[in-house]
Write a protein that binds this ligand. Structure first.
Ligand SMILES: Nc1ncnc2c1ncn2[C@@H]1O[C@H](COP(=O)(O)OP(=O)(O)OP(=O)(O)O)[C@@H](O)[C@H]1O
Ligand SMILES: [Mg+2]
Length: 350
């Protein structure tokens, strides 16, 4: 069942210098219990999309529906249910914690507010939550303040607070970017384990394809370039056979631990691509055309629609010439399979 859908959402902020919308006719569907990962470079609108999904930003055009209902058109009761069911985990755990509240108060506030526990039953639920995120379930820990926790502990506390509300959808916006590299996989695994436990869906936002590849296994990946979804599809399919030049470049930028593969990658097709790593988004035609190594005149004039591409259902690309994109498998060779989850790539920061 579709839990949440974003239909034809376009947004510009009131004060903006760019003529490119922050979100440009974005469509996205989140099925119950599924993972949709959104990837793209800094400033491409990922956080804005997340804020639209959780109802913090009302888009100028288009609709966001939760369980089929427009989130800006909910009754008071439905709105309260939506506010509880759709939660967000931010990049900076310190900023999302109130420094004046202890661990106990941090966790308890939401639980009481949403009537999930009573004052009498709160304690045991707090211990259960702490344990579920791998934090110390002791009275002494409940008395600590955020500044007395490590970055990893803070993010676990934020996750405990979120999961305590038993959400159905969590928007995780760069949830591990501020964590020490050594902590990232642990927190990603924690989020994934919560997913199966609570039948939770994620919109997982990251600029790091290594992290996205790890998290989105079995789910879907949406690639954004300056407000536009340029490619979208089942994670494995999109990673193995990217059809959009931008996706190709992003994937190609993920570090490869094998030096032989890294060397091969520097040759042939990728050489072309490497020449064009910068370039402003284009306001006319294809948004990527200024940066695209394969752009032709048509690309600068006509905007390519997001349409089905290739044999696999649900793999869509917005490109006039997807066949020009080199076959990533051929570039990477046999060891590409082994890259599904190499530590080096998963842990790569930027
Ligand atoms: N409240 C706002 N008012 C005006 N412009 C904004 C506002 N919030 C974001 N923007 C602009 O919208 C664009 C998209 O920003 P957004 O934060 O959604 O990108 P992002 O993909 O999340 O980037 P990052 O990877 O750096 O977090 C940027 O150009 C940003 O400057
Ligand atoms: Mg952001």
């Amino acid at each position: 069942m579709t839990l949440l859908s974003v239909s034809d959402v376009t947004h510009r902020y009131p004060i903006t210098v760019s003529e490119i919308p922050v979100l440009n006719r974005v469509n996205l569907e989140v099925e119950e219990g599924s993972v949709v990962a959104v990837v793209g470079e800094s400033g491409c609108g990922k956080t804005s999309l997340g804020r639209v999904i959780v109802g913090l930003v009302r888009p100028l055009e288009g609709e966001v529906r939760y369980e089929g209902k427009d989130i800006w058109d909910l009754s008071k009761k439905e709105h309260a249910a939506y506010r509880r069911a759709v939660q967000v985990v931010h990049q900076d755990p310190y900023a999302s914690l109130n420094p004046g509240l202890t661990v106990e108060e941090t966790l308890k506030t939401g639980l009481l507010y949403h009537h999930i526990v009573t004052r009498r039953t709160a304690r045991s639920e707090l211990f259960r939550l702490l344990e579920s995120v791998g934090l110390e379930a002791t009275p002494a820990f409940l008395r600590r303040y955020p500044h007395q926790l490590s970055g990893g502990q803070r993010q676990r506390l934020v996750i405990a607070r979120t999961m305590g509300l038993r959400p159905r959808l969590v928007v995780a916006d760069e949830a591990v970017s501020m964590l020490d590299v050594s902590m990232r996989v642990a927190v990603l695994d924690l989020l994934l384990s919560m997913r199966s436990e609570l039948n939770l869906a994620y919109v997982f936002i990251s600029h790091d394809f290594g992290v996205v590849r790890y998290f989105a296994r079995g789910g879907r990946i949406v690639v954004m370039f300056f407000g536009v979804v340029v490619e979208e599809g089942p994670a494995e399919q999109l990673i193995r056979h990217p059809r959009h030049p931008y996706t190709f470049l992003l994937l190609d930028a993920v570090p490869v631990p094998d030096p032989k593969v890294a060397r091969r990658r520097r040759t042939e097709a990728t050489k072309v691509a490497a020449e064009r790593v910068t370039g402003e988004p284009s306001a006319t035609g294809c948004v990527f055309s200024n940066r695209c190594p394969y752009a032709e005149d048509k690309c600068r004039v006509d905007t390519p629609p997001l349409v089905d591409s290739g044999p696999q259902h649900g793999h869509r690309v917005a490109c006039w010439f997807p066949d020009k994109v080199p076959d990533l498998q051929a570039v990477l060779g046999a060891s590409a399979e082994g890259r599904a989850m190499p530590e080096g790539a998963v842990l790569s920061g930027r």
